[in-house]
Design a protein around this ligand. Structure first.
Ligand SMILES: O=C(O)CCC(=O)C(=O)O
Length: 302
Protein backbone atom coordinates (compact mmCIF):
# COMPACT_ATOMS: atom_id res chain seq x y z
CA UNK A 1 0.00 0.00 0.00
CA UNK A 2 1.22 3.55 -0.71
CA UNK A 3 1.54 5.91 2.22
CA UNK A 4 -1.34 8.39 2.11
CA UNK A 5 1.15 11.18 2.82
CA UNK A 6 4.83 11.83 3.35
CA UNK A 7 6.06 12.00 6.91
CA UNK A 8 7.66 15.27 7.89
CA UNK A 9 10.05 13.75 10.42
CA UNK A 10 11.34 10.35 11.59
CA UNK A 11 9.22 8.56 14.18
CA UNK A 12 10.89 7.72 17.47
CA UNK A 13 9.64 5.27 20.05
CA UNK A 14 11.48 4.89 23.36
CA UNK A 15 14.77 5.95 21.78
CA UNK A 16 14.42 3.78 18.63
CA UNK A 17 13.94 5.50 15.27
CA UNK A 18 11.52 3.58 13.10
CA UNK A 19 13.07 2.52 9.79
CA UNK A 20 10.84 3.86 6.98
CA UNK A 21 10.49 0.35 5.53
CA UNK A 22 8.93 -0.71 8.84
CA UNK A 23 6.19 1.91 8.61
CA UNK A 24 2.74 1.58 6.98
CA UNK A 25 -0.69 3.14 7.46
CA UNK A 26 -3.83 1.89 9.21
CA UNK A 27 -6.85 1.13 7.06
CA UNK A 28 -9.92 3.13 8.10
CA UNK A 29 -13.29 1.44 8.58
CA UNK A 30 -16.73 2.93 8.16
CA UNK A 31 -18.70 2.31 11.37
CA UNK A 32 -21.91 1.86 9.36
CA UNK A 33 -20.53 -1.24 7.62
CA UNK A 34 -22.38 -4.45 8.52
CA UNK A 35 -21.36 -6.26 11.69
CA UNK A 36 -20.36 -9.30 9.64
CA UNK A 37 -17.85 -7.34 7.56
CA UNK A 38 -16.49 -5.40 10.53
CA UNK A 39 -15.98 -8.66 12.44
CA UNK A 40 -14.21 -10.15 9.44
CA UNK A 41 -11.93 -7.07 9.17
CA UNK A 42 -11.22 -7.16 12.90
CA UNK A 43 -10.17 -10.79 12.75
CA UNK A 44 -8.01 -10.25 9.69
CA UNK A 45 -6.37 -6.99 10.80
CA UNK A 46 -6.48 -7.23 14.61
CA UNK A 47 -8.09 -3.76 14.76
CA UNK A 48 -10.81 -1.50 13.44
CA UNK A 49 -10.09 2.18 13.00
CA UNK A 50 -13.66 3.44 13.13
CA UNK A 51 -13.75 6.85 11.51
CA UNK A 52 -16.13 9.33 13.07
CA UNK A 53 -17.98 6.87 15.30
CA UNK A 54 -18.27 9.53 18.00
CA UNK A 55 -19.63 13.02 17.77
CA UNK A 56 -16.57 15.20 17.11
CA UNK A 57 -18.00 18.13 19.10
CA UNK A 58 -18.59 15.90 22.16
CA UNK A 59 -15.00 14.68 22.04
CA UNK A 60 -13.67 18.23 21.69
CA UNK A 61 -15.89 19.38 24.57
CA UNK A 62 -14.29 16.67 26.70
CA UNK A 63 -10.82 17.83 25.63
CA UNK A 64 -11.67 21.39 26.62
CA UNK A 65 -13.02 20.29 29.99
CA UNK A 66 -9.93 18.16 30.64
CA UNK A 67 -7.49 20.98 29.96
CA UNK A 68 -9.53 23.50 31.91
CA UNK A 69 -8.97 21.25 34.93
CA UNK A 70 -5.42 20.37 33.94
CA UNK A 71 -4.49 24.06 34.07
CA UNK A 72 -4.10 23.60 37.83
CA UNK A 73 -0.92 21.61 37.14
CA UNK A 74 0.74 24.67 35.62
CA UNK A 75 1.47 22.64 32.46
CA UNK A 76 -1.00 24.42 30.17
CA UNK A 77 0.29 27.60 28.48
CA UNK A 78 -1.20 30.53 30.35
CA UNK A 79 -3.77 32.53 28.44
CA UNK A 80 -4.21 29.74 25.83
CA UNK A 81 -7.55 28.25 24.85
CA UNK A 82 -8.06 25.03 26.87
CA UNK A 83 -9.31 23.25 23.76
CA UNK A 84 -5.86 23.49 22.21
CA UNK A 85 -4.12 21.84 25.17
CA UNK A 86 -0.97 23.88 24.61
CA UNK A 87 2.02 22.87 26.69
CA UNK A 88 3.49 25.59 28.91
CA UNK A 89 7.02 24.35 28.17
CA UNK A 90 9.76 22.46 29.96
CA UNK A 91 10.46 25.39 32.29
CA UNK A 92 6.89 25.47 33.60
CA UNK A 93 6.61 25.10 37.35
CA UNK A 94 4.46 22.10 38.34
CA UNK A 95 1.86 23.37 40.80
CA UNK A 96 -0.28 20.24 41.18
CA UNK A 97 1.03 16.80 40.20
CA UNK A 98 -0.57 15.79 36.85
CA UNK A 99 -1.20 12.27 38.14
CA UNK A 100 -3.54 13.70 40.78
CA UNK A 101 -5.65 15.23 38.02
CA UNK A 102 -5.57 12.06 35.89
CA UNK A 103 -6.78 9.94 38.79
CA UNK A 104 -9.61 12.39 39.40
CA UNK A 105 -10.60 12.54 35.74
CA UNK A 106 -10.98 8.75 35.45
CA UNK A 107 -13.39 8.98 38.40
CA UNK A 108 -15.49 11.79 36.91
CA UNK A 109 -19.11 10.86 36.26
CA UNK A 110 -18.69 12.88 33.04
CA UNK A 111 -15.86 10.60 31.96
CA UNK A 112 -17.91 7.50 32.74
CA UNK A 113 -20.73 9.01 30.65
CA UNK A 114 -18.25 9.60 27.82
CA UNK A 115 -17.18 5.92 27.92
CA UNK A 116 -20.81 4.82 27.99
CA UNK A 117 -21.97 7.15 25.25
CA UNK A 118 -24.62 5.71 22.93
CA UNK A 119 -22.43 5.27 19.82
CA UNK A 120 -19.91 3.18 21.79
CA UNK A 121 -22.40 0.97 23.57
CA UNK A 122 -24.53 0.48 20.47
CA UNK A 123 -21.42 -0.43 18.51
CA UNK A 124 -20.24 -3.00 21.08
CA UNK A 125 -23.64 -4.58 21.71
CA UNK A 126 -23.86 -5.25 18.02
CA UNK A 127 -20.20 -6.16 17.52
CA UNK A 128 -19.99 -8.51 20.52
CA UNK A 129 -23.56 -9.75 20.04
CA UNK A 130 -24.81 -9.26 23.57
CA UNK A 131 -24.89 -7.08 26.64
CA UNK A 132 -21.51 -5.52 27.25
CA UNK A 133 -19.50 -4.67 30.32
CA UNK A 134 -17.16 -1.68 30.65
CA UNK A 135 -14.11 -2.35 32.80
CA UNK A 136 -13.89 0.03 35.74
CA UNK A 137 -10.13 0.46 35.35
CA UNK A 138 -10.02 3.14 32.67
CA UNK A 139 -6.92 5.04 31.65
CA UNK A 140 -6.49 8.60 30.45
CA UNK A 141 -3.05 9.56 29.11
CA UNK A 142 -1.46 12.81 28.16
CA UNK A 143 1.87 13.19 26.35
CA UNK A 144 3.83 16.39 26.51
CA UNK A 145 5.65 17.55 23.38
CA UNK A 146 9.17 16.11 23.05
CA UNK A 147 8.83 13.78 26.04
CA UNK A 148 11.08 10.83 25.06
CA UNK A 149 9.07 8.37 27.19
CA UNK A 150 6.54 6.47 25.07
CA UNK A 151 4.19 3.57 25.65
CA UNK A 152 6.32 0.42 25.55
CA UNK A 153 5.42 -2.17 22.90
CA UNK A 154 2.97 -4.64 24.42
CA UNK A 155 -0.28 -6.46 23.84
CA UNK A 156 -3.02 -5.85 26.37
CA UNK A 157 -3.64 -9.42 27.50
CA UNK A 158 -0.28 -9.39 29.29
CA UNK A 159 -2.01 -7.18 31.88
CA UNK A 160 -5.49 -8.69 31.54
CA UNK A 161 -4.90 -12.42 31.84
CA UNK A 162 -7.33 -12.93 34.72
CA UNK A 163 -10.46 -12.97 32.54
CA UNK A 164 -11.66 -13.71 29.04
CA UNK A 165 -9.40 -13.34 26.02
CA UNK A 166 -12.44 -11.92 24.21
CA UNK A 167 -11.89 -8.56 25.88
CA UNK A 168 -11.58 -5.65 23.44
CA UNK A 169 -9.83 -2.29 23.87
CA UNK A 170 -11.10 1.07 22.66
CA UNK A 171 -8.36 3.60 22.10
CA UNK A 172 -9.94 7.01 21.70
CA UNK A 173 -8.01 10.13 20.68
CA UNK A 174 -9.35 13.09 22.65
CA UNK A 175 -8.60 15.72 20.04
CA UNK A 176 -6.91 15.31 16.66
CA UNK A 177 -3.70 13.30 16.88
CA UNK A 178 -1.78 13.50 13.61
CA UNK A 179 1.16 11.10 13.34
CA UNK A 180 3.63 13.79 14.45
CA UNK A 181 1.77 14.08 17.77
CA UNK A 182 2.73 10.52 18.67
CA UNK A 183 -0.48 8.51 18.50
CA UNK A 184 -0.58 4.73 18.68
CA UNK A 185 1.37 2.64 16.17
CA UNK A 186 0.14 -0.91 15.68
CA UNK A 187 2.30 -3.82 14.56
CA UNK A 188 0.68 -5.23 11.42
CA UNK A 189 -1.01 -8.63 11.89
CA UNK A 190 0.76 -9.01 15.24
CA UNK A 191 -2.35 -10.49 16.89
CA UNK A 192 -1.17 -13.85 15.51
CA UNK A 193 2.36 -13.30 16.85
CA UNK A 194 0.89 -12.12 20.20
CA UNK A 195 -1.05 -15.37 20.57
CA UNK A 196 2.14 -17.36 20.02
CA UNK A 197 4.03 -15.15 22.48
CA UNK A 198 1.32 -15.62 25.08
CA UNK A 199 1.51 -19.42 24.63
CA UNK A 200 5.27 -19.10 25.24
CA UNK A 201 4.66 -17.06 28.44
CA UNK A 202 2.11 -19.68 29.54
CA UNK A 203 4.68 -22.43 29.11
CA UNK A 204 7.26 -20.43 31.08
CA UNK A 205 4.72 -19.68 33.80
CA UNK A 206 3.33 -23.22 34.02
CA UNK A 207 4.85 -23.97 37.43
CA UNK A 208 3.79 -20.73 39.06
CA UNK A 209 0.67 -20.25 41.18
CA UNK A 210 -2.41 -18.91 39.38
CA UNK A 211 -1.90 -15.50 41.01
CA UNK A 212 1.69 -15.37 39.72
CA UNK A 213 0.72 -16.64 36.25
CA UNK A 214 -1.56 -13.68 35.71
CA UNK A 215 0.84 -11.21 37.34
CA UNK A 216 2.73 -9.30 34.61
CA UNK A 217 5.49 -8.64 37.19
CA UNK A 218 6.08 -12.37 37.90
CA UNK A 219 9.68 -13.66 38.00
CA UNK A 220 9.54 -14.77 34.33
CA UNK A 221 8.33 -11.47 32.94
CA UNK A 222 9.28 -7.86 32.85
CA UNK A 223 6.03 -5.93 32.86
CA UNK A 224 7.77 -2.66 32.05
CA UNK A 225 9.30 -4.02 28.82
CA UNK A 226 7.40 -7.27 28.27
CA UNK A 227 8.35 -7.86 24.63
CA UNK A 228 11.32 -5.48 24.24
CA UNK A 229 11.49 -1.81 23.25
CA UNK A 230 13.28 -2.09 19.90
CA UNK A 231 10.49 -1.40 17.40
CA UNK A 232 12.58 -2.39 14.37
CA UNK A 233 13.59 -5.71 15.92
CA UNK A 234 9.93 -6.38 16.76
CA UNK A 235 8.85 -5.59 13.20
CA UNK A 236 11.33 -8.19 12.00
CA UNK A 237 10.35 -10.77 14.62
CA UNK A 238 6.62 -10.40 14.00
CA UNK A 239 7.02 -9.92 10.24
CA UNK A 240 4.96 -6.75 9.90
CA UNK A 241 5.20 -2.95 9.70
CA UNK A 242 4.19 -0.44 12.34
CA UNK A 243 0.88 1.02 11.16
CA UNK A 244 0.29 4.68 11.93
CA UNK A 245 -2.53 7.12 11.30
CA UNK A 246 -3.66 10.71 11.48
CA UNK A 247 -6.33 10.18 14.11
CA UNK A 248 -9.15 12.69 14.42
CA UNK A 249 -11.48 13.60 17.25
CA UNK A 250 -14.51 11.33 16.77
CA UNK A 251 -12.47 8.26 15.80
CA UNK A 252 -12.26 5.13 17.92
CA UNK A 253 -9.79 2.32 17.39
CA UNK A 254 -10.88 -1.12 18.55
CA UNK A 255 -8.01 -3.52 19.09
CA UNK A 256 -7.58 -7.22 19.77
CA UNK A 257 -6.01 -8.08 23.17
CA UNK A 258 -3.09 -9.82 21.42
CA UNK A 259 -2.41 -6.96 19.02
CA UNK A 260 0.95 -5.28 19.66
CA UNK A 261 1.10 -1.50 19.89
CA UNK A 262 3.39 1.27 21.03
CA UNK A 263 3.49 5.06 20.80
CA UNK A 264 5.94 7.53 19.32
CA UNK A 265 7.27 10.86 20.54
CA UNK A 266 4.93 13.82 20.35
CA UNK A 267 6.79 16.29 18.14
CA UNK A 268 3.88 18.57 17.45
CA UNK A 269 5.09 21.82 15.88
CA UNK A 270 2.36 23.75 17.70
CA UNK A 271 3.33 22.27 21.08
CA UNK A 272 -0.03 20.61 21.79
CA UNK A 273 -0.38 17.93 24.45
CA UNK A 274 -1.60 14.58 23.10
CA UNK A 275 -4.64 13.30 25.03
CA UNK A 276 -6.34 9.90 24.75
CA UNK A 277 -8.15 7.24 26.70
CA UNK A 278 -7.91 3.45 26.59
CA UNK A 279 -10.85 1.51 28.00
CA UNK A 280 -11.95 -2.12 27.77
CA UNK A 281 -15.24 -3.80 26.94
CA UNK A 282 -16.35 -7.40 26.88
CA UNK A 283 -19.48 -9.48 26.99
CA UNK A 284 -20.86 -9.40 30.53
CA UNK A 285 -21.28 -13.18 30.46
CA UNK A 286 -17.60 -13.82 29.81
CA UNK A 287 -15.15 -14.12 32.67
CA UNK A 288 -14.16 -10.69 34.03
CA UNK A 289 -10.64 -10.03 35.34
CA UNK A 290 -11.31 -8.98 38.97
CA UNK A 291 -8.10 -6.92 39.12
CA UNK A 292 -9.61 -4.47 36.63
CA UNK A 293 -12.70 -3.83 38.73
CA UNK A 294 -11.29 -0.87 40.64
CA UNK A 295 -10.55 2.58 39.38
CA UNK A 296 -7.05 3.02 37.98
CA UNK A 297 -4.35 3.86 40.49
CA UNK A 298 -0.58 4.02 40.02
CA UNK A 299 0.16 1.25 42.50
CA UNK A 300 -2.31 -1.34 41.17
CA UNK A 301 0.54 -3.34 39.59
CA UNK A 302 -1.18 -3.67 36.21
O1 LIG B 1 -2.17 5.69 24.46
C1 LIG B 1 -1.14 5.06 24.66
O2 LIG B 1 -0.02 5.55 24.54
C2 LIG B 1 -1.22 3.62 25.06
C3 LIG B 1 -2.57 3.02 24.92
C4 LIG B 1 -2.60 1.54 25.13
O3 LIG B 1 -1.66 0.92 25.53
C5 LIG B 1 -3.84 0.84 24.80
O4 LIG B 1 -4.75 1.44 24.18
O5 LIG B 1 -3.95 -0.36 25.12
Amino acid sequence: MMFPRTLTQPLISNGYTLNPENVGWLEPSDPTTSRRLLWQQYQEQGYLWLKGLLDREDVLAFRRRFFETFRETGLVASGSNALQGLYAGADAKVLVHPNKILLEVVRWAAFEAFCLSAPIIEFYEDFLEGSVYLHKRKIVRFTKPHDPKCTMPHYDLIYLRGGTERVVTSWIPIGDIPVEMGGLAYLEKSHHWGRRKEAEFNRMNANLSRAEQINPYNPNMDAETPIGADVNALAERAGGRWLIADYEAGDMVVHDPYFVHTSTVNNDAQGRIRLSTDIRYQRVRDEIDPRWQNHWSFDDML
